[in-house]
Write a protein that binds this ligand. Structure first.
Ligand SMILES: C[S@@+](CC[C@H](N)C(=O)[O-])C[C@H]1O[C@@H](n2cnc3c(N)ncnc32)[C@H](O)[C@@H]1O
Length: 272
């Protein structure tokens, strides 16, 4: 796997750390870790423009690492991570807990998605309430594949996973193997524009920032049959109305929603 260098910067932002986290992802952070004392460590591309740092944020440390260290906190993880009441995510080097109802083994390496982030947890919770049995699922921005693979474990049929970050693909393949995902599934580098026209999926998943997903709304709708479901996560609670306005305008109805801290996720159904 290609190994690129990255930088880390420790920030002490004023105010709410959730909001600062969201801002940092919008500014291009590839990963975040909350440290003691209200400090956020951000992993950023080597050429990241420091001019983006808001003037009232204090920088309290920085350094450079190999890309393989972006997910250092996961590699140091020695305990199963509870994602929902039903789902536990376990690193490959940790024993499966005896009381876990559903266990996914996840290697993260350079991909996002071990279940530690609110947006992944919220999406996982919503998936548990949806009728997935035998459904085709398209996980857009799959990262480690946690959501797409969870759908399969919950009964989905065909699963397709994509990510614009090519580094995710070996990770998706490894995680599929770790979790015995077989049969009708595929993972590839790219995004919606690679799907042949006329293709439909029963369920679309997109856990990514609004600024990343909204430009693809029309393309996403084209992949949904009437009755098709769309699970959106990665939104701040204050963005809820923007999503519901779009639903109303384009013929989707809200099926379920969930919040954790400042984060919000929802499932919608295409009406016609
Ligand atoms: C927040 S992570 C979600 C990872 C995983 N699905 C989860 O729920 O934990 C968002 C992912 O979307 C990918 N991504 C961002 N924009 C995308 C796009 N336009 N098409 C496909 N993937 C995209 C990123 O590379 C990243 O892996």
């Amino acid at each position: 796997m290609e190994s690129r260098a990255a930088i880390w910067i420790d920030f002490a932002p004023p105010g709410d750390l959730e909001l600062a986290s969201s801002d940092l992802f919008e500014m291009g952070a590839m990963g975040l870790e909350e440290l003691d004392g209200g400090v956020l460590r951000a992993w950023l591309p080597l050429d990241w423009n420091r001019g983006q740092i808001p003037s009232d944020w204090k920088v309290v440390g920085d350094g450079e690492v190999e890309a393989k260290d972006w997910d250092l906190s996961w590699r140091l993880q020695q305990e199963p991570l509870r994602v929902t009441d039903r789902l536990v995510v376990v690193p490959p080097w940790v024993d499966k807990p005896a009381d876990a109802e559903i266990c996914l083994r996840m290697e993260a390496k350079q991909a996002f998605g071990t279940g530690g982030h609110e947006s992944t947890r919220l999406a996982s919770r919503l998936l548990e309430g949806l009728p997935l049995s035998g459904k085709s699922v398209f996980d857009i921005g799959a990262g480690t594949g946690i959501l797409g693979f969870y759908c399969r474990i919950l009964g989905a049929g065909r699963i397709e996973l994509c990510d614009i970050d090519p580094d995710s693909i070996p990770c998706l393949e490894e995680n599929a193997q770790l979790n015995g995902i077989e049969g009708d599934w595929s993972a590839w580098a790219g995004s919606l524009d690679r799907i042949p026209s006329g293709t439909k999926f029963d369920v679309l998943l997109a856990n990514m920032l609004r600024t990343e997903f909204f430009p693809m709304r029309e393309q996403a709708l084209a992949l949904m049959p009437a009755g098709g479901l769309l699970v959106l996560s990665g939104y701040l609670a204050k963005e809820r109305e923007l999503v519901l306005d779009w639903f109303a305008k384009d013929g989707l109805e809200l099926v379920s929603e969930a919040t954790e801290g400042d984060w919000w996720a929802c499932a919608g159904r295409r009406i016609v």
